[in-house]
Write a new protein. Sequence first.
Lengths: 474, 274
Amino acid sequence: MSTNTPRPALDKPSLSGRAGGFSLDVEERSIGGALRGWVDKLRSGDPGALPSVLGLIVLGAIFSQVSGRFLSKSNIGNIPGQGAYIAVIALGLVFVLLLGEIDLSAGTAGGAAASIAAVGVFTGNVHHGLPGALYWSLLAGLLAAVLLGVWLKAYTAAVVSAIGLVLVATNLTQHLLLALIAAICIGTAIGIFNGWLVAKVGIPSFIVTLALFLAWQGVIQFALRGQPVAVSNYDLWHDLTYGSLSVAWSWVFTIVVVGLYLGYTLVNAVRAKAAGLTHDSISLVLLRGGIIAAVGLILTALANTNRNPRGRVIEGIPVPAAIIIVLMIVCTLVLTSTTWGRHLYATGGNAEAARRAGIDVVHMKVTAFAICTSFGALGGILLASSQSSASLDLGGSNVLLFSVAAAVIGGTSLFGGRGRPRDAVIGALVITIIPNGILLKPNLDAQWQQVITGIVLLIAAGVDALSRRRAARS
Amino acid sequence: MPPTNAQNDLPEVASVTEPILEARKLNKSFGAVHVLHDVDFAVYPGEVTALVGDNGAGKSTLVKCFAGINSIDSGEIVFDGQPVTISDPRAATALGIEFVYQDLALADNLDITQNMFLGRELTNGRVFLSDGAMEKRAREVLTGLSVRTISSVRQLVSSLSGGQRQTVAIAKAVLWNSKVVFLDEPTAALGVAQTRQVLDLVRRLADQGIGVVLISHNMNDVMEVADRVAALYLGRLAAEVKSSETNTTQIVELITAGRSGGLGLTAATANESI
């Protein structure tokens, strides 16, 4: 390790040994090639989702031994509802983590937004429901966020904040759906502030969001006037966690999602082949699509059978699962297929390169924070739904830390530039099954939950560090 | 006798083409420090012009004037026969002037194509990326530059060697039909074989009709690949010579003393600069 001065490696023989030109490009990626590529990627220090998938399998195997109920349909059907808020907040965090920033306040900011929505619906008049000072600060804050968004050229975020301003100012928040939308808009507005403080004022995101993490907890208590607000009476809100799609809609959902995926990848491969571009072979696309279709259809078939052993029939895809799948797909498309997503990865990978390429780094940060807190607000809504009330510590305590852990276990780098929505969802699944599995075993105390979660996170981070060290050496 | 650039007394360097980019009597001060004194500098299409000079001679300042990072105090910049004002980096890019800086500024987590099009992606309806079109164009550009060391334009930049990265950075600069490319120490961190590749690439850029400016401390590189050498000495242009009519010793003297035999600044000017 003594002669470890960094120096550019000479051309690797594996590269220069190939027949010149772009020999790899004209080849299509076959099934074997995809496997080899995946192994190469592992070896080069990008484990992707592998640690989290392995963790999921190992934990699943252990818990299924601990309790026979773990793999029962009723338990598995509950998991999406138990973990949806972690998955949603983790999805939002991916955007800021990709920039190498962090948002510790997403949980409590989301809790504050959801509390305001709860007050709006519960009291029927957000103006009188909230303490006066808070109401006027909310309006002023939303207006300021709109102006700030316009100034920082985050126009979409500004428009969303403006919608929130209108909904709150006109007391449309007495209607449930509009209240929930207002909560998400408030989240966007908060995100604009975070982004401005980080990107323009220049306070490290860790500090900005740590401070706000604390502050929002107080705001939640102000908003709720020290009393939790029950939300389980509102069917829509309740169903976000406890509802299921009807059997017919479940099939439609799965077939549409799988069909779109298959169609999209197939059309891409065929087009790329015709244009002579790098592409996956048709058999690879069909194999991958086939596996996803098979898994999707089997899960849907299982979900469409009754999973409640006694009493009322519960069947169909759980609503939270459908929400997560849709959000994951949308996030993936935004990140991989739009210029904005490309610029986000570039900014996270090398901010200076992005700046010189003419990318507005401030704009990227502000929009990423706005998205993150919007997801945080949705997470707060889902959390209130699963707890059946907007509690006084909504989105506080470990919520955010579990979400960060989910993103990191899934393979998102804290240093920016690496991470995918899919990984955050798998990571959230890992985080969710730990308490789920432990609570099924009555003589295993709940404190094990935190110990095991910590160990899993440590292992995931360890795998990441080891693989990166390997990458640096190769 | 008032101090003049001795170069004016010499027979003019013959050239058949007009310069594509030219600085005339450029002056630039930072506060009390006069960094550039009446600098004339010309870049010819299809030629490699080496810009040499010791640390602090004003190379970077001059380059930054062309890049739109520094404003100029007096003098003018002429591009393609027209006087232009380059007020910001975008203006330089719009004219077709590209810069490859020493630290390359590539995003490691993106692939070659993505890096080459960074900030200027081809799109479908402004929002969605046209990855296929970009991939095709990236391959065309690399093929056009006879780059043989890169096996796939879909490779991540983090997996590339130093020479390959330099190649990608240069290819990125010529992707946009640029007319002038500034290369800042392109071989600084490279081994022998890779230096060879990059110098060949520099030569090919010029052969395609691009005006190339090579900023380098390495006299071997300069003598090997440059058509002209412009030496700066303490903010003044000491001399601009054809590399076929000079040698390493002479250039080193121009860099270190501002003059070499009959060439360069007059003794008075050179001394006054100190």
